[in-house]
Design a protein around this ligand. Structure first.
Ligand SMILES: Cc1cc2nc3c(=O)[nH]c(=O)nc-3n(C[C@H](O)[C@H](O)[C@H](O)COP(=O)(O)OP(=O)(O)OC[C@H]3O[C@@H](n4cnc5c(N)ncnc54)[C@H](O)[C@@H]3O)c2cc1C
Ligand code: FES
Length: 293
């Protein structure tokens, strides 16, 4: 029976600020009325929330967005949640045009997030395409925290990740200055060469490996446009490397009820006992050898 994750809740959150970001994006900072984790622990990276205005000026169906950042507030109040939103249609436009001080419907956290990125193994290479960078900020932060904890405990820290951030042009490499502050090896690519390497993130990855700047044995987590995810899937399969893709399927409910987000599974794979999965419940990230992209 489909059900929201046990930690999901629906609540109102005050919109604290709306800042432009890149050519067509905004950073929405929300202050939830109640904490979104029960134990004060940070949210797992790549959980997502459904967001909607409550004044009838946005579509009735809320829209899904990955949590981008959690920002502690002064005092004991819940941390603020920041969403990085690309404005493409009525739902995102309505959110971007909301006035600070209004209250938005916030449903979540939903989905399973990334797999546990701290499991021992080859270093992670995060492939971000445009707005697909949103679920990687907290992914890098989670590995930094795990590294600090391992250092304190005198155990082996996870390898620092690589973040390859690509877009069509410089204005779509959102919030790159903040990504540059993270504890990871950041490389930028643009199709038109207006920022960083000229080409796509997989061409950049090939170049970095050839130059000895990224090891040949690696694990991939990718989020971005479907052609990029398919290319990552093919690239990793040809090298027998672990690869995960976070899917930005159209979603109606976010909790497994509407069947709006079904994804075909690969027969015989780990998920192949059923012909499809729901990205909102079993995803949004899937191992690339288990789903048909
Ligand atoms: C788990 C998840 C996390 C997401 N995280 C983010 C995020 O952090 N930031 C962000 O900006 N967006 C994110 N998205 C995408 C976001 O939900 C859509 O852009 C949004 O729902 C569009 O709503 P709209 O009303 O503005 O546009 P719509 O009118 O719904 O769409 C405008 C056009 O874009 C197409 N479209 C809509 N959604 C998608 C999609 N998901 N993929 C491809 N085409 C689409 C529509 O078919 C239509 O042609 C995420 C989606 C999912 C499923
Ligand atoms: S969005 Fe409704 S089932 Fe996934």
């Amino acid at each position: 029976m489909p059900a929201p994750p046990p930690d999901a809740q629906t609540q109102l959150a005050e919109l604290i600020s709306v800042e432009p970001c890149g050519t067509d994006g905004v950073l929405l900072r929300l202050r939830p009325e109640a904490p979104v984790t029960q134990d004060g622990a940070p949210l797992a990276p790549n959980r997502f929330f459904m967001l909607r205005r409550e004044d009838g000026l946005s579509p009735a169906i809320p829209r899904p967005f990955s949590i981008y950042r959690e920002v502690p507030t002064e005092g004991d109040g819940p941390a603020d949640l920041v969403f990085l939103v690309k404005v493409i249609g009525p739902g995102t436009r309505a959110l971007a045009e909301s006035a600070p001080g209004t209250f938005l419907r916030l449903i979540g956290p939903l989905g399973l997030g990334w797999p546990d990125l701290t499991t021992p193994g080859d270093p992670w290479v995060f492939l971000a395409g445009g707005i697909g960078s949103a679920p990687f900020f907290m992914a890098v932060e989670s590995l930094t925290r795990a590294g600090d904890a391992a250092e304190e405990a005198g155990t082996e820290p996870p390898a620092a990740p690589y973040l390859l951030y690509g877009a069509a042009t410089a204005g779509l490499v959102y919030d790159v200055e903040e990504f540059a502050e993270l504890d990871c090896s950041l490389h930028v690519a643009t199709d038109d060469g207006s920022l960083g390497f000229r080409g796509n993130v997989l061409q950049l990855l090939d170049r970095l490996i050839a130059d000895g700047l990224v090891p040949e044995r690696l694990r991939i987590a990718a989020c971005g446009p479907l052609p990029m995810l398919r290319a990552a899937q093919t690239w990793a399969a040809a090298r027998d490397l672990e690869c995960w893709a976070s899917l930005e399927e159209l979603m109606g409910c976010g909790v497994g009820i509407c069947n709006g987000c079904v994804v075909e599974t690969v027969p015989g794979s780990e998920l192949g006992s059923w012909p499809n999965v729901k990205a909102c419940v079993e995803g949004p990230a899937f191992r690339c050898d288990t789903v048909v992209l």
